[in-house]
Unconditional design. Structure first.
Length: 398
């Protein structure tokens, strides 16, 4: 069991190493060659697309894993998951394109008019994510890694080409979208032959109904983590959005470890493996503390990329203080879901979204990126304490 978990966690780390490493490389050159204003506008597009990614996740994979007793059952459900997710992608693209035209402040006409092209990545991400349910069930994340690397490499090559040949927001958005297309195509090639899915709205409805609570949890979760950047785009200049976006991108890379560990452990939790939570909490809590300390100490290295990135430096240091909490909430959340306590998890994340939105609306117009970073930590503290409270109420949890 430990070997399988370690192998699949390593596969995801390799994928993130290449994906995040190449992303940081393109970010470095984008800031240096195109400037913070253009990078800030790109961040506004990317953040809204990320909201679409989470909305189409909708807990479909976790629900399919929970309801599949063997590979054959999962393979049968794979088609329904894919069709349902593509339906959600269409809805998300329409709604987000309507939403962006209502956003005031720093969301310029150029950002709004180009966003539709970037939003196409939501379709491609839907294919990639749906394929991952098969790889996760069979603990074959190395296939997913190949798809991720192929897409990231494509995005990097196209982005660097654009930066060296008169970069524009459209060319940078196009590079990202094409990269997701390559990831989706590679995923389809690596999947086994699946039964031809039926396109019936009743099947889509039943699939969504089954995963509704999990979907709401994930949407609330991403809202509480992305609202700050959206509000920064409304109230603060693009350069500040770019600096905060850069710091948060580094922060996101450091956050992948607990996500990847739980991707490997969740199928085992569903099979009632004992003592997983205690061990996972101790291990991830220790790693989170080390990661937070190292990030705080090494944060000034940001200034090597471009002197004067003081907002990025301050934001990353403030964000690093909450890293141990993020490392602890992941196992608590998925353990409660495995124990069919997803309603308590949903309540926690809905309240955290309200808390996050209220604090950011009150503070960001006056204090900007620093307030966004502090509110991120306060929100995660609330989530941790709430999930810990619910976990302690579940028999034999701790």
């Amino acid at each position: 069991m430990l070997k399988a978990v370690a192998s699949n966690t390593l596969a995801q780390l390799v994928a993130k190493f290449f994906g995040a490493g190449l992303t940081l490389l393109t970010t470095y050159y984008t800031i240096r060659l195109a400037g913070l204003e253009l990078y800030g506008d790109l961040t506004k597009v990317v953040v809204l697309v990320a909201l679409g990614f989470t909305s189409i996740d909708f807990g479909l994979n976790a629900d399919a894993l929970r309801r599949s007793r063997n590979k054959e059952e999962l393979q049968t459900r794979l088609g329904s998951v894919l069709i349902t997710r593509l339906f959600l992608a269409g809805v998300a693209i329409i709604l987000l394109n309507l939403l962006i035209f209502t956003l005031p402040g720093g969301y310029s006409h150029e950002v709004k008019s180009i966003f539709w092209f970037g939003s196409l990545a939501i379709f491609f991400q839907g294919i990639f994510t749906s394929g991952n349910v098969y790889f996760q069930f069979n603990l074959e994340y190395w296939r997913s890694t190949l798809s991720t690397v192929a897409g990231a490499f494509t995005t990097t090559v196209l982005t660097l080409y654009s930066l060296w040949h008169s970069p524009t927001l459209l060319s940078l958005v196009a590079a990202t979208t094409i990269g997701y297309f390559i990831s989706a195509t590679t995923t389809l090639l690596l999947l086994p032959k699946i039964p031809k899915p039926r396109v019936h709205f009743r099947d889509i409805y039943l699939t969504l109904k089954s995963s509704a609570i999990l979907g709401a949890i994930l949407i609330a979760s991403v809202l509480s983590s992305k609202l700050d950047t959206i509000l920064l785009g409304v109230y603060r200049p693009s350069s500040e959005v770019g600096e905060y976006g850069f710091a948060y991108r580094i922060f996101d890379v450091i956050l992948v470890l607990p996500v990847f560990v739980m991707n490997s452990l969740y199928p085992l939790m569903l099979r009632n493996k004992k003592n997983l939570l205690n061990t996972t909490l101790f291990s991830l809590g220790t790693l989170g503390t080390i990661a937070g300390s190292a990030t705080y100490i090494l944060a000034p290295l940001i200034l090597l990329i471009k002197p004067g990135l003081t907002i990025s430096l301050e934001s990353l240091r403030l964000l690093s203080l909450s890293l141990p909490l993020f490392y602890l909430t992941a196992p608590l959340m998925w353990h409660l879901i495995a124990k069919n306590r997803e309603r308590q998890v949903l309540i926690t994340f809905l309240l955290s979204t309200i808390l996050n939105l209220s604090l950011n609306l009150a503070l960001i117009p006056y204090y900007g990126a620093s307030a966004a970073a502090i509110v991120t930590g306060l929100t995660e503290l609330f989530i941790f304490l709430s999930l810990l409270y619910y976990s302690l109420r579940v028999k034999s949890v701790l």
